[in-house]
Design a protein around this ligand. Structure first.
Ligand code: PLP
Length: 493
């Protein structure tokens, strides 16, 4: 049996190129992180060979003695990582990823065409929360269920004030907001809970979904619980983006208020790797290096569903969700992924993990402050978590152009729609996340430099748009390739 280099040099070469790209680039995609070598070992192990449809102790195939042991350990660690009492909460660790996990919840507790409300995609929500346009039901969620997304508050502080003192009526506010020039000036950028409440009272959803892909603030779970209770709806949180922050208690705890919590396992569950050098000085090491201790926690691509064990609204969530995962929507679990997940959950309660998650947030605040200092407009005016959303429209720019220019300079982030965008095809902003580079040892100072690099890229995008000259871009790219661009060198030593 040959190793990859011998068996398939073509694939080996592609993997090597991708590894180098990950090594060289500033990875600022808010939903990405770097797994540890230990996780990759488990993911590339013999676990991949085994079929194990069913749950521990109740499999449809023989030979699952050790797979049972692994899945039970994974469940125990998942509950411990999120500080949950196993008598009150259960977890299914088999979802293949975040979107399947969400759809499994929907099919578990809803009938076809039941009503749901999630945050609208152009306002930061995820496709799987029911995205649809006026022309098309885009997501499977909106095809099989009736979706009425809620949105962010786009009104300016001034309009809110006028509304408070009764000088304008809601229809006038809607008119103002419909005028994108007005929306451009200023908006709160926070979830419009008043509107959610009003709409929920009319729409009577059976499920309300908290959680987002591009929302820089915490959700108001007590308020959402109240709204859900008033209309007899389940409340679910999709904590995919912030699961690490939840585990480290750095943000509000959704488990206190929600009936069901879903997550991916490859985004926020990171932990910076630290090693002590020969003279006893602590240094941060690049994630692929084997660490002297085992404090790393960076997950494989997968999903989990946590559910309350007591019936909710007359539904036994445990059996409904387990049955929705298998046989409802999946077959054999990906045991190699469950292996990697079990490894990654081991240290979620360690002090190092908490330190890392605090650093993710403080780094993000430093990045946000510097961007504000440089004159950028951030959606909601800042960030409480791991990401910022920059509104580029006041500069006459769109996210796609800036994403492309920064990619040429080895800075990877993504274009993102921002509230008030006229078209989803030309998103007006960029999303910048701190988890991955914090894993690689970036500090607040590094993120201030990162903001400055992004600013340079944006200036070039503006110049390129005005067709002034391409020479500045070349200068910038030369600088990035030069030894002066030392951020990368420093973290890989
Ligand atoms: N939920 C949220 C909030 C997400 O941001 C994402 C992906 O970015 C998902 C679910 C979907 O996860 P996956 O891509 O693993 O299906």
């Amino acid at each position: 049996d040959h190793g990859l280099s011998e068996a398939d040099p073509e694939v080996r070469a592609i993997i090597d190129k991708e590894k180098q790209r990950q090594f060289r680039h500033l990875e600022l995609i808010a939903s990405e992180n770097f797994t540890s070598r230990a996780v990759m070992e488990a993911v590339g192990s013999h676990l991949t060979n085994k079929y194990s449809e069913g749950l521990p102790g109740k499999r449809y195939y023989g030979g699952n003695e050790y797979i049972d042991e692994l899945e039970i350990l994974c469940q125990q660690r998942a509950l411990a990582a999120f500080h949950l009492d196993g008598k009150k909460w259960g977890v299914n660790v088999q979802p293949l990823s975040g979107s399947p996990a969400n759809f499994e919840v929907y099919t578990a507790i809803l009938n076809p065409h039941d009503r749901i409300m999630g945050l609208d995609l152009p306002h930061g929500g995820h496709l799987s929360h029911g995205f649809m346009t006026s022309k098309r039901r885009v997501s499977g969620t909106s095809i099989y269920f009736e979706s009425m997304p809620y949105r962010l508050d786009e009104s300016s502080g001034a309009t809110s004030l006028l509304r408070c003192i009764g000088l304008v009526k809601d229809e006038c506010v809607d008119m103002f907001v419909a005028d994108s020039k007005f929306a451009l000036l200023s908006h709160t950028g926070l979830v419009d809970y008043d509107m959610l409440e009003k709409t929920a009272n009319l729409f009577r959803p059976k499920l309300i979904i908290a959680g987002a892909s591009a929302y820089p603030r915490d959700f108001d779970y007590p308020r959402m619980r109240k709204i859900a209770d008033a209309v007899g709806a389940f409340l679910m949180m999709d904590m995919a983006h912030i699961s690490g922050l939840v585990a480290a208690s750095v943000v509000a705890d959704p488990f206190e208020y929600c009936d069901i919590v879903t997550t991916t396992t490859h985004k926020g569950l990171g932990d910076v790797a630290r090693q002590t050098d020969s003279v006893g000085k602590e240094k941060k090491v690049f994630c692929w290096e084997p660490t002297g201790n085992s404090t790393s926690l960076r997950g494989p691509r997968g999903g989990m569903i946590f559910f309350k064990k007591d019936p909710v609204l007359g539904v036994d969530l445990e059996s409904a969700i387990n049955n929705a995962v298998f046989p409802g929507l999946q077959g054999g679990p990906h045991n190699h992924t469950i292996g990697g997940l079990t490894v990654c959950l081991k240290h979620a309660q360690s002090p190092e993990f908490k330190t890392y998650q605090n650093e993710v947030v403080s780094n993000c605040r430093a990045l946000a402050s510097r961007l504000i200092e440089l004159g950028y407009k951030l959606v909601s005016g800042g960030s409480d978590n791991h990401l910022v959303l920059v509104d580029l429209r006041p500069l006459g720019l769109d996210g796609a152009r800036v994403e492309k220019i920064l990619e040429m300079a080895s800075i990877t982030l993504n274009k993102n729609s921002v509230p008030g965008d006229k078209s989803a095809l030309v998103p007006g902003g960029i999303r910048i996340g701190t988890p991955a580079m914090t894993t690689r040892g970036f500090t607040e100072k590094d993120f201030i430099s990162t903001a400055d690099f992004i600013h340079e890229g944006v200036q070039i995008a503006r110049e390129a748009k005005q067709s002034v000259s391409g020479s500045k871009l070349q200068e910038f790219m030369k600088f990035v390739a030069s030894p002066d661009f030392s951020l990368m060198d420093r973290v890989s030593d």
